[in-house]
Design a protein around this ligand. Structure first.
Ligand code: CUA
Length: 178
């Protein structure tokens, strides 16, 4: 059963309100459709609106792209002190070491011994916090910092054979060594 507070319910409410707004807009347009308005009036209003709208969209684009660049989880600067070797195979993960320190940047060197797999990391609350492809012949570098201690789950994100769904593993995050 869906309950209040779940994302699906929020999305349904937002969608419902938007659909209602569009329906009201369509109704307003339909009832005014017979009035005769000169083309110049419409174009003057539209053009006055166009420049600020373009400026707003440009600012939004620069802000959004700029902010997301800051949050990219990929390699920057030197190598972190802790490097974890991750290898995917049909149908298992090897993760070494499997106990990691909290609050510091960790590099995952991710590869595969056979076909493509997807390395997906879930925090102790079951939220997806990072993912990268595990590919044969390549080592992909994923950088993550863990602020919660506990058990982190790994799930395979790429269909890789009959037991794809069994490719579940985990590692532990503990308070850092002093
Ligand atoms: Cu490995 Cu799906």
């Amino acid at each position: 059963m869906l309950e209040f507070g779940q994302p699906q319910v929020t999305i349904a409410i937002v969608f419902g309100v938007l659909a209602l707004a569009i329906a009201v807009l369509a109704l307003v347009i339909a009832t005014h459709a017979k009035e005769d308005i000169p083309y110049e009036d419409v174009s003057r209003k539209g053009y006055r609106f166009r420049r600020p709208w373009l400026a707003f969209l440009t600012a939004l684009l620069v802000l959004t792209v700029g902010t997301s660049f800051l949050l990219l989880p990929y390699a920057s600067g030197g190598r972190p002190a802790t490097v974890v070797k991750v290898s995917g195979g049909q149908f298992y993960w090897t993760i070494d070491p499997a106990v990691l320190p909290a609050h510091e940047k960790i590099a995952f060197d991710v590869t595969s011994v056979d076909v493509n797999h997807g390395f997906g990391v879930y925090d102790p609350d079951g939220r997806l916090i990072g993912s990268v492809q595990a590919m044969p012949g390549y080592v992909n570098d994923l950088r993550l910092t863990f602020d919660k201690v506990g058990e982190y789950r790994i799930r395979c994100f790429e269909y890789c054979g009959l037991s794809h769904h069994n490719m579940i593993a985990s590692f532990r995050v503990e308070e850092g060594r002093e």
